[in-house]
Design a protein around this ligand. Structure first.
Ligand code: ADP
Ligand code: MG
Length: 386
C-alpha cells in the first residue's frame, strides 16, 4: 500500500487519503451560472500517501507524471512566481495551488511530502484535476488537523484551480469529489451550495450507466470554455440579473426577446433549460422512474451541441450510436470538445450498446474509445493510518 511513497522518499507516510473523479449525470455548464448540477463520484480515485514536514518544504511526486520529485517551499508559493508551480506550466500547480489556497485562507499549513497515484484517466473530462486537488486538501486537512468541512475543502480547491493553476472552472468538480457518497448522485445548487444525496441504485432498477471516454481532447476546448463563460456573464448583465440562474424557465421566451445580441440567446437557452432538466431529473429519480432520465440526457446533449456548441463529432457519435442501438439516452459529460459521454442502458443491452459505439468509432476512423460501466462511488476519504 505504501510502496510508492517509500520508494520515492525513503520513509513511511503518515497516512493515505483518496479522492474520486466524477461524471456529471445532468446539469452541464451551469455551475459557473449559479445553477443546478447532479454529479456522481467514480470508483476511480487519486490516492495520496502523505507525511507532514515541519520545515516548510513541499515535495510532490506523481507516478503519472514525468520529471521526478518537485520541491517547493510553502513560503514562496504564489500564482505569479515562476518556478513555484503557479506558472501554469505543469501538474504541480494543482497540489501546490491547494497549499497556497489553504494558507491564503489563513490556515496553519506547513510542508509535506506527497506521493500521488491516480486511476482517474487524465484529460478525459472525468475530473482528474479535481481528484488531485481534493486528495491534496483532505491529506493536509488530516496532517494538520484543520477540521475543514467538505464543502469548504471543495471551495478552496476550486480557488486553487482558478487562481493558481489558471483554469476558470466552476465549483462542481471539486464539490463532487469532496461531497459525493456511495450509491448516490449529488444534487447541488451551486448558488448557495445547498445539496442533497439522491439514491441512485441503478442495478436495482435493471439499469447500467456506461462511461465512454472518446480519448480525444480538441485544442479549442480551453479558450471556448472561457468564451462561453464570459458570454453567460454578459448575457446576465444585459438581462439585469446577477447570474443566468435568476432567469426562471417560465420567463425564458421573454428573456430571449429582450436580448438584442442574437449570439447570446442560445447560451441563455441552454443554461435555463439545463437547470430545468436537472429539476426534472430529480423528480424522476424521486419517483423511482430512473429509466425515464434517459431521454432527458439526450435532450441535454442536443442543447449542448446545438445551443451551447461545446460538443464534437466524436461525442455526437457516442450519443447517436448508443441511442440507435437501444440505449435509454446519452449525453456528453464535462466541459466538452472531447472527453467523455455517459450512456444510460437497460442491463441486458449494456454489452450490445458498448459494442455498437465501438464499431461506430471504427467505421468513422476514430481511435477506439474506452467504455466502462460505473456506479456512484464514495467521496474523498482517509484510507489508512500508514
Ligand atoms: P480532467 O480534470 O478532466 O482530467 P484537466 O485538463 O482539468 O482534465 O486536468 C488534467 C491535468 O491534471 C493533467 O494534465 C495533469 O496536469 C493533472 N493531473 C491530474 N491527475 C494527475 C496525476 N495523478 N498526476 C499528475 N498530474 C495529474
Ligand atoms: Mg479538470
Amino acid at each position: 500500500m505504501t510502496d510508492g511513497f517509500r520508494a520515492v522518499y525513503g520513509t513511511a507516510p503518515d497516512g493515505v487519503w483518496e479522492a474520486p473523479g466524477r461524471v456529471n449525470l445532468i446539469g452541464e455548464h451551469t455551475d459557473y451560472n449559479d445553477g443546478l448540477v447532479m454529479p456522481l463520484a467514480l470508483p476511480q480515485t487519486c490516492r495520496v500517501e502523505a507525511a507532514r514536514r515541519d520545515d516548510g518544504v513541499l515535495r510532490l511526486h506523481s507516478s503519472d507524471a514525468h520529471g521526478g520529485v518537485i520541491e517547493l517551499h510553502v513560503d514562496v508559493l504564489s500564482p505569479a512566481t515562476p518556478g513555484t508551480g503557479g506558472d501554469r506550466g505543469g501538474w504541480a500547480a494543482y497540489p501546490a495551488g491547494v497549499v497556497w489556497a489553504l494558507r491564503a485562507a489563513g490556515l496553519q499549513v506547513g510542508g509535506a511530502d506527497l506521493h500521488f497515484e491516480s486511476s482517474v484517466p487524465t484529460g478525459a473530462g472525468l475530473s482528474s484535476s479535481a481528484a488531485l486537488e481534493v486528495a491534496t486538501a483532505v491529506a493536509l486537512n488530516g496532517l494538520y488537523g484543520l477540521g475543514l468541512e467538505r464543502h469548504r475543502i471543495a471551495g478552496l480547491c476550486t480557488r486553487a484551480e482558478n487562481d493558481f493553476a489558471g483554469v476558470p472552472c466552476g465549483v462542481m468538480d471539486q464539490m463532487a469529489s469532496a461531497c459525493c457518497t456511495a450509491g448516490h448522485a449529488l444534487y447541488l445548487d451551486t448558488r448557495d451550495l445547498a445539496r442533497r444525496q439522491v439514491p441512485l441504485d441503478l442495478a436495482a432498477q435493471g439499469l447500467r450507466l456506461l462511461v465512454v471516454d472518446t480519448r480525444v481532447k480538441h485544442a479549442l476546448g480551453d479558450g471556448a470554455y472561457a468564451e462561453r463563460r464570459s458570454g453567460c456573464e454578459r448575457a446576465a448583465a444585459r438581462l439585469g440579473v446577477p447570474s443566468l440562474r435568476e432567469v426562471p424557465y417560465g420567463e425564458l421566451p421573454s428573456a430571449l426577446r429582450r436580448l438584442e445580441d442574437e449570439a447570446l440567446r442560445p447560451l441563455v437557452r441552454h443554461v435555463v433549460t439545463e437547470n430545468e432538466r436537472v429539476e426534472r431529473t430529480i423528480r424522476l429519480l424521486d419517483a423511482g422512474e430512473t429509466h425515464s432520465v434517459g431521454p432527458v440526457l439526450t435532450e441535454g446533449h442536443a442543447s449542448l451541441r446545438d445551443d451551447f456548441r461545446v460538443s464534437c463529432s466524436e461525442l455526437d457519435l457516442v450519443v447517436e450510436a448508443s441511442n440507435a442501438s437501444g440505449a435509454l439516452g446519452a449525453r456528453m459529460t464535462g466541459g466538452g470538445f472531447g472527453g467523455s459521454a455517459i450512456v444510460l442502458v437497460r442491463a441486458e443491452t449494456a454489452e450490445s450498446v458498448a459494442k455498437a459505439v465501438t464499431e461506430a468509432f471504427a467505421s468513422a476512423g476514430h481511435r477506439e474509445p474506452r467504455v466502462f460501466e460505473t456506479v456512484p462511488g464514495p467521496g474523498a476519504r482517509r484510507v489508512t493510518e500508514a
